[in-house]
Design a binder for this molecule. Structure first.
Ligand SMILES: [Zn+2]
Length: 313
């Protein structure tokens, strides 16, 4: 009885501390409603609201006491070429937002998500028949990924454990124009690429469908992923896919021979349409997906820097 009591007591302590730091559906919802609100006008590259979204991320990074690791504080500015539907191509200033959690370790884990979306439908790639002037809110694509990025930053900076790896959190700009922010980062890294163990990308993790499950790409980019995934337990269904490139910012890291993972809940009818709205996101399932990602990262941190494997087609 005494033993049972102390075990229960210990369990409740662990449980309480885990609750305060685990991914929160409420906080995820707050970030997504903010970033995908009409006020943000779809976060189109070069627009005032795109800069506002970057400021939102920066403010959160400061709250978590991350170190700025852009080229100008947290910002890494670059010029994106915007292919407009109605007027000729134009050049727009935008940026990545980069925060570093320094654990004094030799190697670093990169966690990323793009914060831009299609704006008012003038920059191409909308699936709407008449997209011009319509706000493309981009709640799933990719306010959901940014919320995930912020939740992982909150967790790793707020716990009292000093992990054996540093973390670099990057909100990428201009993904929708061809992975421009992540390409700019890997070609102008603010930390040597040789110091990166692996990269986790979140792009569209808000539309969990229990029949499909969440897809985790990049499984073939290191021979060590199968071993790392073994202890992962979750009520959320997931499946793996070997490919290291295709569709989003992790591809830029894979091209530099860095192991990657890519979290994605799949396509849907609102994809790249003005109807990709916050109320359609499953915040609770997203918290569960982040919990899987968190377990994978924890498991990977038990190993030395991961070895890259090229994926054979
Ligand atoms: Zn996206």
């Amino acid at each position: 009885m005494k033993y049972l009591f102390s075990t229960l007591f210990l369990f409740s302590i662990i449980n309480v501390s885990a609750q305060t730091i685990s991914p929160s559906p409420e906080i995820i919802s707050k970030h997504i409603y903010k970033l995908a609100s009409d006020k943000m006008k779809g976060r189109g590259t070069g627009g005032k609201e795109n800069a506002k979204a970057a400021s939102y991320v920066e403010k959160e990074f400061k709250k978590y006491k991350l170190k700025p690791l852009g080229t100008d504080g947290f910002r890494q500015e670059f010029i994106a070429k915007v292919r407009r539907v109605v007027v000729p191509d134009s050049l727009r200033k935008t940026q990545n937002v980069i925060g570093f959690l320094d654990n004094g370790a030799e190697f670093t884990i990169v966690i990323g998500a793009h914060f831009d979306h299609l704006g008012l439908g003038n920059q191409g790639s909308s699936k709407d028949d008449h997209p011009e002037g319509k706000i493309h809110n981009g709640a799933d694509d990719n306010a959901s990924g940014v919320a995930g990025l912020l939740e992982l930053a909150r967790y790793f900076s707020g716990n009292d454990t000093k992990e054996p790896y540093n973390f670099l959190f990057i909100a990428f700009g201009a993904e929708e124009l061809g992975l421009l922010g992540s390409k700019h980062f890997v070609n102008n890294p603010t930390l040597p690429l040789s110091k990166i163990s692996f990269m986790c990308n979140m792009d569209m993790i808000g539309r969990y469908n229990p029949d499909r499950g969440v897809g985790i790409g990049g499984f073939g980019t290191s021979d060590q992923w199968p071993e790392i995934f073994k202890p992962v337990k979750s009520d959320i269904k997931f499946f793996t896919d070997a490919a290291g490139s295709g569709g989003s910012d992790h591809g830029s890291f894979y091209a530099k021979q860095i192991p990657v993972l890519f979290f994605h809940t799949g396509g849907h009818d609102d994809y790249h349409k003005p109807t990709d709205d916050a109320e359609k996101v499953d915040f609770k399932a997203e918290a569960g997906i982040l919990n899987i990602e968190f377990q994978i990262i924890q498991s990977a941190m038990m190993l030395p820097k991961l070895k890259f494997t090229e994926v054979k087609n």
